[in-house]
Design a protein around this ligand. Structure first.
Ligand SMILES: [Zn+2]
Ligand SMILES: [Zn+2]
Length: 143
């Protein structure tokens, strides 16, 4: 699973392989752990495929999220960000540089709702966000 190519991943999820889809997924695989805005990805990929439209990148990201190949992180101050989803993980958000990082907190898998919440809600996913300062920003003063 970890070593699957972009093409294999698209096919496994029932998506037709197009040059645009392959390009987006390949770049996200190359920089796994990075969480991109759609505009950043568009900017980075235009060098390789000059006719790549901004709207196409948005559509492809939405498709990748829908089939579970990518994750969508909610906007905090800035834009919505997208990352590759190779394995389940949670996130750390740096409030100084405003970047997201993947983290694997021990015990996260065991987290569950207790009564009375358990009776009130049907949980489909657990997304944990740690917030603070990353190693680079720990010495900086907040803006
Ligand atoms: Zn930071
Ligand atoms: Zn992530």
């Amino acid at each position: 699973m970890e070593n699957m190519s972009a093409e294999e991943r698209l096919r496994a999820q029932g998506l037709r392989v197009t040059p645009q889809r392959r390009l987006v997924l390949e770049r996200m695989l190359q920089e796994a752990g990075r969480h991109w805005t759609a505009d950043e990805l568009h900017e980075a990929l235009r060098a390789q495929l000059s006719e790549l439209a901004r709207g196409t990148v948005y559509n492809i990201l939405a498709e990748l999220v829908r089939v579970g190949l990518a994750e969508e992180l909610p906007a905090r101050e800035g834009s919505v960000r997208y990352g590759i989803r190779l394995a389940p993980h949670h996130h750390f958000y740096c409030e100084i540089c405003r970047l997201w990082f993947d983290v694997l907190p021990p015990g996260a898998d065991a987290l569950a709702l207790a009564a009375p919440d358990r009776e009130r809600f049907h949980v489909e996913a657990v997304d944990i966000v740690f917030r603070g300062r990353c190693a680079v920003c720990v010495g900086r003063t907040p803006r």
